[in-house]
Design a binder for this molecule. Structure first.
Ligand SMILES: Cc1cc2nc3c(=O)[nH]c(=O)nc-3n(C[C@H](O)[C@H](O)[C@H](O)COP(=O)(O)O)c2cc1C
Length: 322
């Protein structure tokens, strides 16, 4: 069986695969454009970028592809409103947003005719998003990388949410192979959002040391940390997360250079510094977000090959079912 197309708002892609936005600076123009060129949806992570930088990355991506390009912006960010307005001005094809719920963003995107896609993990928020006019929703289970809105597995929340809403649903968290795509599509999802498998791609903007840490990771190296955002986060056990568990990571006041990246920061440590360090390859002092299935990343591949594998795995899985 062929992979179905994905239709959101007025556009359609040849593959139902969205590359999840990954901050800070992991999914930028090259990764998003590579995925879009393969027929998926490429997402630039806006969180941690200033508005002019986001505009520059959207323009760069547009030069690299004619495909579908969106941005991901966390509601919890201090610059959320300005980043969303920037993405709208740059005429992105969609805006995906998690870590909070913004009523205003629905209005702004609706007025600009740009699909606004919230990331949700419960029926209650899914219904709320539908009521506010979401074009579609990303349903993210606890297997996902980065900030988590639930401790429930994707396959337990997905059917309940699909039943609760009429809009298309994108499944995220622990989607790693084509067989996983086959599984969630058979449950009624319209597409998938994948992070971890693309984070280790050649086109990802993570440092090589960061990608190699993914390749070496074992399932038991995956931990849950407390984020200053006020949500749990899934990350790798590294010297940084070990120090965090031991209460030995300095608080932002020690740095005296807080950039107020979050609307509300718990100030238990500086997350933007920790994420930027990891992205640059400082594996001792950096925070490496990852999904639960990072242990299955065996090599750093170009996006084209990852997509080719996913298509083959999907075909194989659906052949077996028929
Ligand atoms: C390194 C990393 C950074 C991420 N950053 C963000 C982000 O900035 N905003 C967001 O909504 N999701 C973020 N995510 C979640 C992904 O977009 C995606 O939904 C999730 O990783 C899917 O699960 P998977 O990694 O098992 O495929 C991040 C995930 C990873 C691995």
């Amino acid at each position: 069986m062929e992979l179905p197309k994905l239709k959101i708002g007025e556009w359609q892609t040849s593959l139902p695969i969205i590359q999840g936005g990954m901050a800070v600076r992991i999914s930028l123009a090259p990764l998003a454009a590579a995925v879009a060129n393969e027929g998926g949806v490429g997402i630039i992570a806006g969180s941690g970028l200033h508005p002019p930088e986001l505009a520059e990355h959207i323009r760069r991506a547009r030069k690299l592809t004619d495909g579908i390009i969106g941005v991901n912006i966390m509601v919890a960010l201090g610059e959320f409103a300005e980043l969303v307005r920037t993405a709208i001005r740059e005429k992105v094809d969609l805006i995906i947003s998690g870590a909070g719920f913004s009523r205003d963003a629905f209005k702004w995107c609706h007025n600009a005719n740009i699909p606004f896609v919230p990331v949700v993990s419960s029926e209650r928020v899914a219904k709320l998003a539908e009521r506010f006019g979401a074009a579609t929703i990303v349903v993210e289970g606890k297997e996902a990388g980065g900030h988590l809105g639930t401790d429930q597995p994707l396959l337990s929340i997905l059917p309940r949410i699909i039943k609760a809403v009429k809009i298309p649903v994108i499944a995220a968290g622990g989607i790693f192979r084509g067989s996983d795509i086959a599984k969630v599509l058979s449950m009624g999802a319209s597409g998938v959002q994948m992070g971890t498998r693309f984070a280790a791609s050649e086109e990802s903007n993570a440092a090589t040391a960061w990608k190699e840490t993914y390749v070496r990771a074992k399932p038991e190296d995956v931990v849950i940390i407390e984020s200053p955002v006020g949500m749990p986060g899934r990350a790798l056990l590294t010297p940084f997360t070990k120090a965090l568990f031991a209460g030995k990571v300095p608080k932002p006041v020690d740095y005296k250079r807080c950039v107020k990246c979050l609307k509300h920061c718990k100030k238990n440590y500086c997350i933007i510094e920790a994420l930027v360090r990891a992205q640059r390859g400082d594996m001792k002092r950096g925070l490496v977000f990852c999904g639960e299935r990072v242990g299955e990343v065996k090599e750093i591949l170009p996006v084209g090959e990852i997509i080719k594998n996913l298509i083959e795995e999907f075909k194989e899985a659906t052949l077996r079912v028929v």
